[in-house]
Design a binder for this molecule. Structure first.
Ligand SMILES: Cc1cc2nc3c(=O)[nH]c(=O)nc-3n(C[C@H](O)[C@H](O)[C@H](O)COP(=O)(O)OP(=O)(O)OC[C@H]3O[C@@H](n4cnc5c(N)ncnc54)[C@H](O)[C@@H]3O)c2cc1C
Length: 514
């Protein structure tokens, strides 16, 4: 007979896979139910006609966090992933013709920056130094740990750190302390979009992103980002995790204080001791759990932006494009207002092009290109009229025009063999992302740390969460940390329960007989 504690995980995104694998390694019998046909969630892959696209993430950041995950599962990352450092990390294009290659080569940075502004290189060094402090303090004191209560979070030791991290200052405004040129302020803040945030709202803490990219590096696994998903899922299976694909959970059944079972869309019911929700947290509260006041509160929370994506299989290569290319629109501030306030597509959209063949020739047939274009847009908002078809068409035209004007790529249209488009409704339908917000819940001051929805349900004590919309937040390595923290919490609670049970048993045994 199997005496192992049992766990059910809802969703095989990176958060679900990593939590399942950690639990299995800790002695659980784990089953993962995934809505789609394969693992990965947003970090998915499209294969077509010899072209290989990563669907969402293209930047492999914070390798030390990945290494810790593989090690915790008894493996070595280097046995599974062959990483190449991408440096220069990006080429940034401005509409006035300026190009900036962000690189860890300080000499090259100095030459480029001083051409734009005399003091910009000194500003850059100070900015990266501040980013380094933000990164280290955040990771150690806020991101890499669980908070049990508000007093732990706003403790006398942590409060001064929140000021040191500039948690209440705005990122864009703070960047003005280091650079005067608006283009430089843009070049060192657009990375907030990885978190789906506007730099005008994001805490200045997020200068940690630029530090991570330039100091710790932007990497790329041979075979694409999806190799990381494939290897982690294979390790989970090796540890005994059972993955059940094409099986959306339709309902979570709960008693007074505990979840009892999950019911899949085809009507089957499955029971376990512990449950982990990896699907988007607001969606779980609103669509899977019994109706509650917390579910209604989810509508009032702030959500990240969404994206329009073009995946193009192209029968020609465009050497003008680097591996990562960022095109910034002219009116930077207005473009964020149009995304975050109006929930639409900016008049002059910024966008990002991923051209992996530069690093990994196998991503396309010989002599051809695999292009991924990401255009940030607002999330789904019923209060606004949103014509996604028209926005997709306008985004496409804007991309074509800029590639033509600034790179001389004028024949792309004729060379696209096929096109796959994702837009906010695709993110919602395919992965159940609330409001189609591609990065989940927002990360402003009021939605991080203890103030973010917790990784354990307050009422249902055996229901936990792991993924981008719980603590600590979005981004693959951060979700790996979420998996670690959630697993630690489950194991600690189990420890507490068994210690309590033991104490009760001892007390009962010692009680005087009546
Ligand atoms: C366009 C884009 C670009 C990005 N770029 C980067 C990047 O460069 N670097 C980086 O580090 N991060 C990046 N990210 C962020 C990163 O992809 C996410 O933070 C991460 O993948 C989230 O993982 P998750 O496990 O929390 O959620 P998900 O990936 O959303 O996984 C949740 C899973 O639950 C499943 N599910 C949903 N409902 C149900 C149900 N009812 N029953 C069963 N299963 C269900 C879904 O199908 C999905 O597989 C990017 C994201 C996007 C969208």
């Amino acid at each position: 007979m199997n005496n192992k504690p049992t766990a059910i995980v809802i969703g095989a995104g990176i958060g679900g896979i990593a939590t399942a694998a950690r639990l299995a390694r800790s002695g659980f019998d784990v089953t993962v139910f995934e809505k789609n046909e394969k693992p990965g969630g947003r970090a998915n892959q499209i294969l077509r006609e010899g072209h290989r696209f990563d669907v969402g993430p293209t930047l492999f950041l914070m390798p030390e966090v990945w290494e810790e995950t593989y090690a915790a599962l008894g493996e070595k990352m280097s046995d599974h992933l062959k990483l190449t450092r991408i440096d220069p990390t990006y080429t940034v294009y401005f509409e006035d013709g300026l190009q900036l290659q962000l690189t860890s080569n300080l000499g090259e940075m100095q030459t480029q920056l001083e051409k734009i502004e005399k003091t910009a290189f000194t500003g850059f060094l100070k900015y990266i130094a501040e980013g380094s402090t933000h990164y280290k303090v955040s990771l150690e004191k806020f991101v890499g740990r669980n908070f049990r209560n508000i007093f732990e979070y706003f403790s006398p030791a942590n409060l001064p750190l929140l000021f040191r991290l500039k948690a209440l200052a705005k990122h864009y405004a703070n960047t003005g302390r280091f650079f005067k040129d608006e283009r430089l302020k843009a070049a060192f803040t657009f990375q907030n979009m990885y978190l789906g945030l506007s730099p005008y709202d994001a805490p200045a803490t997020y200068s940690l992103l630029q530090y991570t990219e330039l100091a710790e590096g932007v990497w790329y696994p041979r075979g694409g980002m999806y190799r990381a998903i494939e290897t982690l899922a294979a390790i989970a299976e090796k540890l005994g995790v059972k993955f059940i694909y094409n099986s959306p959970v339709a309902k979570i059944k709960a008693g007074k204080s505990r979840v009892e079972s999950v019911v899949t869309e085809d009507g089957r019911e499955f029971f376990a001791d512990t449950f982990v929700g990896n699907a988007d947290l607001p969606y779980i509260y609103k669509d899977l759990l019994p109706i509650s006041a917390e579910a209604r509160k989810m509508d009032k929370k702030l959500y990240t932006c969404s994206t329009i994506m073009f995946y193009w299989g192209v029968d020609k290569q465009y050497p003008q494009l680097a591996h990562h290319n960022v095109f910034l629109g002219r009116d930077y501030r207005a473009s964020f207002e149009q995304i975050f306030d109006d929930h639409g597509l900016p008049k002059q959209p910024s966008f990002y092009v991923h051209a992996p063949v530069r690093t990994d020739p196998d991503a396309a047939p010989a002599g051809q290109d695999t292009l991924y274009v990401l255009v940030p847009v607002g999330h789904i908002d019923e209060a606004h009229e949103q014509d996604w078809g028209a926005m997709v068409a306008r985004a496409r035209q804007a991309v074509m025009e800029r590639l033509g004007k600034e790179m001389g790529i004028i024949d792309l249209e004729q060379h696209i063999k096929f096109e796959i488009v994702y837009q906010p409704e695709t993110w919602k339908d395919r992965f159940n992302l609330e409001k189609g917000a591609a990065f989940g819940l927002s990360h402003n001051f009021w939605q991080v740390g203890y103030l973010r929805p917790h990784n354990r349900h307050t009422r249902y004590k055996n229901l936990y969460f792991s993924g981008a919309s719980t603590h600590p937040g979005t981004g693959l390595p951060i979700v790996l940390l979420s998996a670690k923290l959630t697993t630690e919490r489950i194991l600690e609670e189990m420890g507490t329960i068994s210690v309590q049970n033991m104490a009760k048993a001892v007390a009962a045994a010692n009680a005087p007989s009546q």
